[in-house]
Structures are given as C-alpha cells and as structure tokens.
Ligand binder design. Structure first.
Ligand SMILES: Nc1ncnc2c1ncn2[C@@H]1O[C@H](COP(=O)(O)OP(=O)(O)O)[C@@H](O)[C@H]1O
Ligand SMILES: [Mg+2]
Length: 263
C-alpha cells in the first residue's frame, strides 16, 4: 500500500458550542477519485476546508502525503503548530474549487489564471501567461482567454476556476459542489474536465450530488452524516445492496434513483 494522499485521523471540528465533525477517520488514496456525499449540513464542506487548511481542526490530525498539516498532536493530545513555511509548502500541494467560482471580475480568463502564478509563484508576466494559456487549453477555453467572467457562461467560469487551481500544480484537487450553481445543461462540460483530470491520475476529493459522476468516476465513496463517516467504500458497495440504512435513506431522499441503473 502506498502512502495515502490525505490521512485524516480523529478529526474534530467545533464552531463555538457546536461540534460539526465528530472524530473523522478517513484515508484518501493516491491517484483516485474519492467522492464525499451526505445531506446538507452533514459537514462535507467543513471537512474539505480542513483538508485545505482553510479551517483549523479543533483536535485530530490531517497528513498530506505523509506530512502533518497545521498541527501535530502527540499521544497525550498536546497540539503543536507546524512552522509556517513548512505548512505553506504542504498546503501548496492542494488545489481547491468551490461552488462559487470566485473569479476576479475585472480580469480576463487569462488574467485570472496567470494572476495566481504571479502572486503565489512570483513568475514574470510572460512566463505566467504562457503557463496560464496552457491550462486554459486543457479545460477547452483557449478561444475565451481574453473574455471577462461576465462574458462567460457559468460552466466556462468554473472551468477557468479549475484552470486557475491547476496552474499552481497541485498534487491533490478538492472540489466542493463544483456544479451546484450551474444550470443543468452546463454541468456536463465541467464534469468532463474533471473526468479528464481523473483519467490523468490526479488525486481528487469531490463533494457532489452528481451521483452519476460518483458512480462512474469515483473509486471511493464516503457517506457523511451528522459529522460522522457512516460508510466508506467502493461505489459497487454503496449503490448495491446491502446498504447502510442511513445511506439508503439518503439515496432515497436526495438522489436520483435512476443512478443505481449505472452500476
Ligand atoms: N464558520 C462556521 N461557523 C459556525 N457554524 C458553521 C460554520 N461553517 C459551518 N458551520 C455549520 O457546520 C455544519 C456543517 O456545515 P457544512 O460543512 O457546510 O455542511 P455541508 O457542506 O455538508 O452542507 C452546519 O450545521 C453549519 O451550519
Ligand atoms: Mg457544503
């Protein structure tokens, strides 16, 4: 077994008095697509944000390719902050795409992708724009490089956001409901870009209600409910009986039952 891309151990996250994640243990394998499903409010976004260190865990640890992110914890539970420079290097292995595309409205597609390279990687303009263009080609938006976000469809904007994350050469990509704010006819183009990325062997964690995508592209499906992992396993075990009763209820309530035909 190779080292997991992400190893989450006993992760607890509280906001004030509310515990949102109740001791999550989860391993994300290298080079696979892991899908995270679960009802609204179950803690999917919080878990993803902890993996990207956009949130600090309350207790427990997260290791990225074997290196502990944020805080180490000894056997007595004493936590110690990972030095900032080391932590930045670990975080840099992670790219994230959100439901809201968060593009800069005053910059073109090319500008949006190259800006991060100039800011984060201190590249000069020419270098940054070359690399940015290569990423736009990859997501099929070569001809839209000079367009501003307002001139692009939602699907195109999300593909720019994916290109922007990929330009920073992450080893792991996290997607939080990347198609949830898109009209149905635009989700396909985004899912296709994600499929291509999966085929290249990118390690991906995808929160999505697109059960067809999870069933066909996902290799590990994790069902989160009330801040706990209720089930984690290959798609065949999720979508075929025997099922975890809570998972079955979730699939009945939230998802298109037609998806089970895919398995
Ligand atoms: N910054 C925050 N402050 C307080 N509560 C939060 C915060 N972020 C999330 N929560 C709460 O944590 C729970 C899980 O939220 P979230 O991770 O967004 O769930 P999901 O993505 O599965 O819908 C929700 O009850 C939500 O209200
Ligand atoms: Mg969410």
């Amino acid at each position: 077994m190779s080292l997991p891309a992400i190893a989450v151990k006993s992760l607890v996250k509280t906001f004030g008095d509310t515990t949102v994640l109740h001791g999550i243990d989860l391993e994300i394998p290298q080079g696979q697509v892991s899908c995270l499903i679960g009802p609204s409010g179950s803690g999917k976004s919080t878990l993803l944000r902890c993996m990207a260190f956009l949130e600090e865990a309350t207790s427990g640890t997260i290791a990225i390719n074997g290196e502990t992110l944020g805080f180490t914890e000894n056997v007595r539970g004493v936590r110690e902050r990972v030095p900032a420079a080391a932590n930045r290097a670990i975080r840099a292995q992670i790219g994230m795409v959100f439901q809201q595309f968060n593009l800069w409205p005053h910059m073109t597609a090319l500008g949006n992708v190259s800006e991060a390279l100039k800011l984060v990687q201190k590249m000069n303009r020419k270098e940054a724009e070359e690399l940015a263009m290569a990423q736009l080609v990859k997501v099929g938006l070569e001809s839209r490089a000079g367009h501003y976000p307002s001139q692009l469809s939602g699907g195109q904007q999300q593909r720019v956001a994916i290109a922007r994350a990929l330009a920073l050469k992450p080893k792991i990509m996290l997607f939080d409901e990347p198609t949830s704010s898109l009209d149905p006819e635009l989700t396909g183009e985004v899912l296709n870009v994600m499929r291509d990325l999966a085929a290249e062997g990118m390690t991906m964690v995808v929160v999505s209600h697109e059960i067809g995508f999870a069933a066909t592209v996902g290799q590990q499906i994790t069902f989160l409910d009330h801040g706990k992992v209720q089930f984690s396993g290959p798609p065949q075990e999720v979508f075929k009986k025997p099922r975890n009763p809570r998972l079955e209820q979730f699939l009945d309530t939230y998802l298109d039952r037609g998806a089970s035909m895919l398995m």
